[in-house]
Design a protein around this ligand. Structure first.
Ligand code: RTP
Length: 147
């Protein structure tokens, strides 16, 4: 079953959006497989965003991610990588549709509340980076359509 890595960024934690964001993924029907609150070191943030290291906004992005605690999560379910990105909305909140997390709760691309893996390959890499201890293995026994 497909899994994705979702991170609530420091502004999302500071603004009290953790419950709202978890609720949106739960209500959609995805299963929570990993969850922790942590503050990351600069080198860890640089590793997570290493593909963007040549971008002019990279230093500011790293400062943002290390500025406070983040919530790291693994969610599982059918097409969860792409559907998770749809739930999150476009990178720049000024272009994010209402009803998406960024569309409803963000204005600035530099404070866009949440991260979600952009491909299955990225999800695999990011889950390994953020959850080296592994994640809980469980399945809902209620319904086959609840992942
Ligand atoms: P994320 O990785 O956080 O889910 O975001 P994304 O795929 O939607 O966007 P990406 O291009 O990978 O950018 C990563 C994060 O960098 C910040 N950013 N700032 N100042 C800027 O122009 C700018 N562009 C991107 C955002 O926090 C974005 O989520």
């Amino acid at each position: 079953m497909e899994q994705t890595f979702i991170m609530i960024k420091p502004d999302g934690v500071q603004r009290g959006l953790v419950g709202e964001i978890i609720s949106r993924f739960e209500k959609k029907g995805f299963s929570l497989k990993g969850l922790k609150l942590l503050t990351v070191e600069r080198s860890f943030a640089e590793k997570h965003y290493e593909d963007l290291s040549a971008k002019p906004f990279f230093p500011g992005l790293v400062e943002y991610i290390i500025s406070g605690p983040v919530v790291a999560m693994v969610w599982e379910g059918k097409n969860v990588v792409a559907t998770g990105r749809t739930i999150i909305g476009a990178t720049n909140p000024s272009a994010s549709a209402p009803g998406t997390i960024r569309g409803d709760f963000a204005i600035d691309v530099g404070r866009n509340v949440i991260h979600g893996s952009d491909s299955v390959a990225s999800a695999t890499k990011e889950i390994a980076l953020w959850f080296p201890e592994g994640i809980v293995s469980w399945q809902s026994s209620l319904h086959s359509w609840i992942y």
